[in-house]
Every structure is written in structure tokens, then in C-alpha cells.
Ligand binder design. Structure first.
Ligand SMILES: Nc1ncnc2c1ncn2[C@@H]1O[C@H](COP(=O)(O)OP(=O)(O)O)[C@@H](O)[C@H]1O
Ligand SMILES: [Mg+2]
Length: 259
């Protein structure tokens, strides 16, 4: 179910602006990869190319290939809607549909796709997904209440439940904990460690302790200057990046001398 991601020399544009230049990465299934680096260096932009969300932005386009288990996501005939189901995404700000019940939030992906599953099947999906997101015990008695009534940390786990409900192969997370308190943050980090058994996970984080705690490998992105494209400077085992990076820019960033 979890799939590999291989990117070779990808350029990512907003219109004429080259936002990320020459990014290459090989991500193994059932691993967690962290993207770190200063603000504006293209972490979110690159992340969104991994499920074709980048092209939703006017002028957004890429040059190059993104292979999911060897198949190019940008190949002819590939349906981007299908790609986004296979490669799920969780955002910085928890974004449950506010007036929708917890139950309906979890199955929103199926409803939007016009799925005709019966109530029994949806009940099973809701329970499995909420259990998978470590939220079931907290909400099982109030599934018909609005998603907006949950705490921030619970809402983020609800968004994770919604993402895993459609059984993706990859989960992309863009600073999923940056709006959360430390306890909720640890709950999400524990969840990420559990989910990696079944998924390939890529997480953008500005919290370097978090990258060190949850990820197997880390990619450091940097920017040479304003208006310059972001680049992936170094990509290696997380332990290596944080103890003995090869590049001076990486060392400066992780030791707090920059960014
Ligand atoms: N929707 C957009 N339209 C045009 N430029 C954008 C857009 N989103 C981001 N950018 C630009 O792309 C570059 C990388 O941004 P981003 O990927 O958000 O960086 P990061 O996530 O590392 O902070 C920045 O120069 C940013 O201004
Ligand atoms: Mg970002």
C-alpha cells in the first residue's frame, strides 16, 4: 500500500518565477521524511508537486517527473484527482468542514467523489479511520456533532482521519503541528510514528526537534537570496543531518546561525 517516491531534477514554477530548482529525492515506502529550511525556500511548493496540488495555483507548473512506485504522476493520461486520492495531504491549519459532523468529515472524500457505499460500509470506514488517527475513543459517542466543536489537536487528527479514510499510499503534511500546543503536538508525532507502518510520510516542519524525533531522513532546503530559486541542499539520514551534515549551510541552519 505504501509507495516509493522518486523525483529527478524537478523545476517548479509560478508563472515565470522559478521557485524550486533541480530538486531530486528518493523516498522509500514506510519511512518518514522531513523537509526543513528557512521560510520561503520552497518546502511547501515542492511538497505540493508530490500530489499535483501545485498546478491548482494559476501559473503553477513543473518541469520533470515525479515517480510514484515508478509511475510518473505527470505522465499523459494521469488523472490529477486520482493522484490526490493516492497521495493525501494534511495542512498547517486544521481544516475540517466546520458545520459538517465528525462522521461526515471522515467520509467527505467519498461523498465528494459520489461514492455509493451503504451505511454499514461508511460506519466501518469512519471507525477504522478514527482509530487510525488515534481519535476514536475521544469522539465515538459524538460522531454526529460538528467537527468544529473539537479542540485544535483533535481537529488536526480529524483531518488525518479524513486523509487516511480513502486509503492513500502517501501522506504529505505541511507543518501539521505549528498551530498546536505541545501535548497535541506529541500526540500527532506519536501518530506519525504509528502511521509510517502503512504509509510513506513526508512532513514539512520548522521545528527541528520534531524533524529529529519523527523522521528517518531529512532534506534541507535553502535559498541563495531574494528572488533566487530554492534548492535542496542536502538529503540524508536524519541522524547524519543533525550530527554531521556535509554542507556548511545545513550546519549553520541546524545550529541556529541562520534562518
Ligand atoms: N501562490 C504563489 N504564487 C506565487 N509565488 C508563490 C506562491 N506560493 C509561494 N510562492 C513563492 O514561492 C517561494 C517558495 O514559497 P514556499 O514554498 O511557500 O516556501 P516555504 O514553504 O519553504 O516557506 C517563495 O518565494 C514564495 O513567495
Ligand atoms: Mg511552507
Amino acid at each position: 500500500m505504501a509507495k516509493s517516491i522518486d523525483v529527478d531534477n524537478l523545476n517548479v514554477y509560478y508563472g515565470d518565477f522559478l521557485a524550486v530548482e533541480g530538486a531530486s529525492i528518493n523516498i522509500a515506502p514506510r519511512t518518514v521524511t522531513a523537509f526543513i529550511g528557512p521560510s520561503g525556500c520552497g518546502k511547501s511548493t515542492f511538497l505540493r508537486t508530490l500530489n499535483r496540488m501545485h498546478e491548482v495555483i494559476p501559473g503553477g507548473r513543473v518541469e520533470g517527473k515525479v515517480l510514484l512506485d515508478g509511475e510518473d504522476l505527470y505522465g499523459p493520461g494521469v488523472d490529477p484527482v486520482n493522484v490526490r486520492r493516492t497521495v493525501g495531504m494534511v495542512f498547517q491549519k486544521a481544516n475540517p468542514f466546520p458545520t459538517m459532523s465528525i462522521y461526515d468529515n471522515v467520509i467527505a472524500g467519498y461523498k465528494i467523489a459520489g461514492s455509493r457505499k451503504n451505511k454499514r460500509e461508511f460506519d466501518d470506514i469512519v471507525e477504522r479511520s478514527l482509530k487510525g488517527a488515534n481519535l476514536w475513543e475521544e469522539v465515538k459517542s459524538r460522531l454526529q456533532r460538528p467537527g468544529a466543536g473539537l479542540s485544535g489537536g483533535q481537529q488536526q487528527r480529524l483531518c488525518i482521519a479524513r486523509a487516511i479514510a480513502v486509503e492513500p499510499s502517501v501522506l504529505l503534511m505541511d507543518e501539521p503541528c505549528s498551530a498546536l500546543d505541545p501535548i497535541s503536538t506529541l500526540a500527532i508525532e506519536d501518530l506519525i510514528s504509528e502511521l509510517k507502518v502503512n504509509y510513506t510520510i513526508v512532513i514539512v516542519t520548522h521545528n527541528m526537534q520534531q524533524a529529529a524525533r519523527v523522521s528517518d531522513r531529512t532534506a534541507f532546503f535553502n535559498l541563495a537570496g531574494v528572488g533566487q530559486p530554492g534548492r535542496m541542499i542536502e538529503y540524508d539520514e536524519t541522524a547524519k543531518i543533525f550530527s554531521n551534515p556535509t554542507q556548511k549551510a545545513t550546519e549553520d541552519y541546524i545550529s541556529g546561525r541562520f534562518g
